[in-house]
Unconditional design. Sequence first.
Lengths: 193, 631
Amino acid sequence: MPTEQSTPEFWVEQYGDFLFNYAIKRLRDESAAEEVVQETFLNGIKYYSQYSGKGSQQAWLTGILKRKIIDFIRKRNKHQHDQTEGHDPSNHLFDQQGNYHKGASSWTSSPDRNLQSNELWTIVKGCLTHLPQSQADVFTLSVMEELNSDQICKELAITPSNYWVRMHRARLGLANCVGRQWNSNEEAATHAE
Amino acid sequence: MLNDKKATELFSKSLDGELTEGEATQLEAHLSNSEAAKAFAELAKTIDKSIVENSGISDSSLGESALSQDAKNRMSDSILRAMEKNSNLAATLLDSNDSPEDQQFALQSPKENQLHDSRETSSPYTIVRKLGEGGLGNVWLARDEKLNRNVAIKEMNSHALESPNAWQRFEREAEITGQLEHPNVVSLYQYGTDRKTGEPFYSMRFVGKRTLADAITEYHDRCLAGKCDPLILHRLLTAFLGVCQAIAYAHSRGVIHRDLKPENVGLDNFGQVMVLDWGLAKVVDDSDLSSQLSGDVELSGEALAETLAGEVIGTPLFMSPEQAAGESVSQQADIYGLGAILFAILTGYAPHEPKKSKTSAPLKIKEVLKDIQKSESPRPRDLRSDIPIELEAICMKAMALKKFARHDTASELANDVERWMVNQGQRQSEYETMRMEGRELRTNTQASVRDLETNVRFMADLPPIQELIRAEYEVGIMTCVGVIADIADPPVAVASGKAVIHFVDGKQHPHPLAMVFIELIQHILLGAALKSAAGGEKAVEQIGRLNAKDYRQVAGADLCSRRLWRQDNTKPALTGATRLSVNIAFHVIGSLNDPVYCHHVITVVAVGLSTYCCGQLAESLLGGGMLYYQP
């Protein structure tokens, strides 16, 4: 390995932004993302001898970061009050028979409208930050980190039913939020025309 | 039978691939029946897809968020600290394939930082980040944990640690800085050595990272962008005065800075100026530094002993000719350095920089030094023609090639600059006054021209007054005017004026503008009556003002007052006041938007004027000969 690549400054400069970007998408919190990236670097240095050199340093560090993110979410969930009960979008969306209230679903506009993917991503990203942490974390681990339900239940020490409730509410909440913003964007676009 | 809620749950599960066959069938059946559930399913799928697509890091998304430089510095520092806590870590950084050279280098990195880390444990300082790096050492921002304040810590770098001279210079710098107590000299808090390595460091007041060089660059960048602000130049010159005072003080203590340049002047956000980096400072006699520094006697240049004879010390682009020649330096070298800073403030360049920058060839130190020794610096106005000549002269004097031609002391240089600043302020004030007067004159002239044009146009549109009078004769206008003309008593004239108006109007007229006009007639008549008495002209002028005020209040126009104040003092007061009244009358009747009524009114005014003032006056006032009244 070249000497320069073994210095902390080089790592921070070379991989800092990449890892920070990766982390902030999953944690939605700058200071948390910064913390896990820092821990990643510290672990990287500590266990540098384990780096085989076959893959890129970045991929190797990303592997460490993934672990750090899960650890962080576990800690965060442990110290946080479980908000699963507190935020149930179903209360607002469904009637007593479990069917949608009239006009409750705001995603009635055609989803295949010509929405730019980055525009949608911006909306989704914003909506993720509005979800309760416990729901967003489970959802993130499932969709972004592609962990299956068993793994997530194990990592976060939650029951499968709790997992499904969180996932379902996260999806409902997201769809509701994205749908609303989508509609308002569409209205704005119509007015602009 | 599924409801929407259950269907969304199942769909959510289906996205995770956790649906049984039976559940899938049920879900499909429900989605085909419920539009809302179907819409949710499609949107949820789209959202999942978007997240999956954007969860990785592509080149385009890399710019979304980035670590701040502060965060990066914090990370680097914490990693370094962690490395030092585990002495084996440095070795683990190395790949087994690394060359011995690589190993040596990598092992040196943590060793270099052991200095501040072990200091951190033995002293109350916590290193925050590196502030800068110089030839002699590095400066760190640190936190004094005991006093809960930020400090700057300077330590020698690894290169300097190998040189005994550098050790000596470092200690002397601390000693000089510590003993120079002046508001514009950075305060030294503590000098010490690292317990573990024995390497020296000292802590001093943290001024901030901004230097005079940054401020100069900012100022000239603004100028290039067409937003040159004289206030910023004034601030830069004020900072320069602070530097001069600090150097004057140092000279009085027998200390020569020898490395004056904008980078060595720290600025904070509240106008404080600190001369930094006394690492190259020379003292009269090194062996007796403290006694020299504590003395109050100002030493002459000749008395200053040479400590580093023959050695070229300083920053070439700001260096005095004698420094460049490696000759003995006196406080005149600092005067040159101050002049060079002034040059940089005025032009944005170092004195010997512009000539070099024109050539693409890289600068050679030897050539620069030779150039400094032999040739005068370029004149500031060669680079920026808008630089005041007086400032250029001060700058050129301070930077004279011959020492004797420069200012004798830094205070003298400061006085010259300050005097220029004061004079500049006075000149600016005089200029502003003249400009305001000029602006007022121009406004008045323009208003006069506009008024004249309006009046002329108005009068030109009127039928000949003679015709008008004849036409209205039968309805009694002239009779009324005649009544007015016979009235010498003002109260009666007022009553008659009202009568005229009412007669002309043919009915009761409650319109406020009409009442203003009545007032106008009153004043004209009253003025005319007073004119015959002693001091009448003055009274008329006052009436004119009163009239203007009334008009403004009722009609909401300020035109009348502008006209009032624009009276030509060379003409009789009556002329001005009456002209004003007539102008007001025109506007009043213009506002009534009734041509016939306007004709009546103007006729009455003209008759009244001619009767009580004179026919010539009426002629001159009402449009410069456009209106003739011949009784």
